[in-house]
Design a protein around this ligand. Structure first.
Ligand SMILES: Cc1ncc(COP(=O)(O)O)c(C=O)c1O
Length: 401
């Protein structure tokens, strides 16, 4: 025990840590590592298969050469905050003051953590759609809140329904946290869908955290920015970033935009816990916003091609799935095979060497589904579909006989 510190109840970690479940990838990753790596095809990861466009990398090299190696203003360079505010206004018509209503963060992940810590009192409830992005419940719990999953259904394309949200509202409900286009389902909400949610927000005086990290990755539909709805800017913290749009996951840069009082509260935590986001990543992000449009179009067109192939492929195999409207995930049902999500995932990996994510990792309503990313090379998608078809057919034959 020498040199080790324990708290008064003899416990070295906080109660909050006990409440957070291990994401559940653990068992699954062990399986993956026990399989010969050469032949495995992964549809598991949620990150672009592209590398960051070269002119964006060059902006970072130039920044380093020019001596941008120190801390920056805590909220980020004002040039970047202006570029972010301008981008949001030109796309969605929502005006944010770059001085007081925008903060640059270490990925949108940090923005989400700041937002939750800035608004929650212990025991406050935060409504999230189920299936959800795996990090939502732990982030809420670590901010001393209580995640309240609201069921969504395949039949309604996993859209968040106002009536379902309202049914979960209590006097402890503080906020709704959602992200559209959605991970893991690829669902996008229309303006009309959002209007119904907005009326509940107004009626119950709630806050909204709108995670729009996939907003630029939509296919054939126009993204509605939630704070662009009447009355919603005042009660919404908008989260977004550079990871998915510009294939910049490793640069760790995102941002939050919202009402000045909420951004000020978030900035307080940011100042003390992060000091500032990376200087060179910010210089790269300025270049991304200035000259990255052509790259975004190229990547979206490619994702769109892969999306069609993978959706048709799964439906042909008999694993029904919706054509996703955004992000880069499909969420086929494996119910007809008679396997649970986990059984399907584990057997698929060990018998066909294809990695997919079990849907139950994303909430109760994800059971019976698997998440597949199509941010993977087309040749890998085609080969994965062949293997899955063979695997499902063989499994069906085995259970029939
Ligand atoms: C829905 C969703 N929100 C947020 C994030 C985090 O992104 P960032 O790289 O900006 O932290 C992810 C990453 O996969 C995501 O899928």
């Amino acid at each position: 025990m020498s040199g080790e510190r324990i708290n008064r109840v003899g416990k070295r970690t906080s109660h909050q840590i006990d409440l957070v479940s291990d994401v559940g990838f653990g068992k699954f990753l062990n399986l993956l590592h026990s399989t010969s790596p050469g032949g495995v095809i992964s549809l598991g990861v949620g990150e672009p298969a592209f590398t960051t466009p070269w002119h964006i990398c060059e902006a970072a090299f130039d920044a380093l050469k020019a001596g941008y190696t120190g801390y920056t203003p805590s909220a980020g360079f004002i040039e970047l905050r202006c570029a972010v505010a301008q981008d949001i206004e030109s796309r969605y018509g929502v005006r944010y003051d770059p001085e007081t209503e925008v903060v640059i963060t270490v990925g949108s992940s940090q923005a989400m953590d700041l937002a939750l810590r800035a608004i929650l009192e212990p025991g406050d409830e935060v409504i999230i759609p189920d299936p959800y992005y795996v990090c939502y419940p732990p982030c809420i719990t670590l901010a001393h809140g209580i995640p309240i999953p609201v069921p969504t259904s395949y039949e309604n394309e996993f859209k968040l329904e106002a009536a379902q949200v309202e049914a979960q509202i209590t006097n402890r409900t503080k906020a709704i946290l959602f992200g559209y286009p959605a991970n893991p389902t690829g669902t996008e909400m229309s303006r009309a869908d959002f209007e119904e949610i907005a009326s509940i927000v107004t009626k119950h005086n709630l806050l909204v955290i709108s995670d729009e990290i996939y907003s630029r990755l939509t296919y054939g539909v126009e993204h509605t920015c939630f704070p662009s709805l009447p009355g919603m800017k005042e009660c919404t913290i908008l989260l977004a970033g550079f990871s998915k749009t510009y294939a910049m996951t490793g640069w760790r840069l995102g941002y939050a935009a919202g009402p000045a009082d909420l951004i000020a509260a978030m900035s307080k935590i940011h100042q003390h816990t992060m000091l500032s986001p990376s200087s060179m990543a910010q210089m790269a992000a300025i270049e991304a916003l200035k000259g990255g449009e052509i790259d975004v179009k190229r990547m979206v067109d490619e994702y769109d091609r892969r999306r069609r192939v993978i959706t048709q492929g799964f439906n042909k195999i008999g694993l029904r799935c919706h054509e996703p409207k955004g992000a880069f995930y499909v969420f086929p049902s494996v119910e007809d095979t008679g396997m649970t999500s986990e059984k399907f995932t584990e057997s698929l990996l060990s018998e066909a060497e294809v990695v997919v994510m079990p849907g139950n990792l994303f909430g109760k309503r994800g059971e019976g589904f698997v998440r597949c990313s199509y941010a993977t090379a087309m040749s890998d998608i085609e080969e994965a579909l062949r293997r899955i078809a063979y695997f499902v057919e063989r499994y069906r034959n085995r259970t029939r006989s």
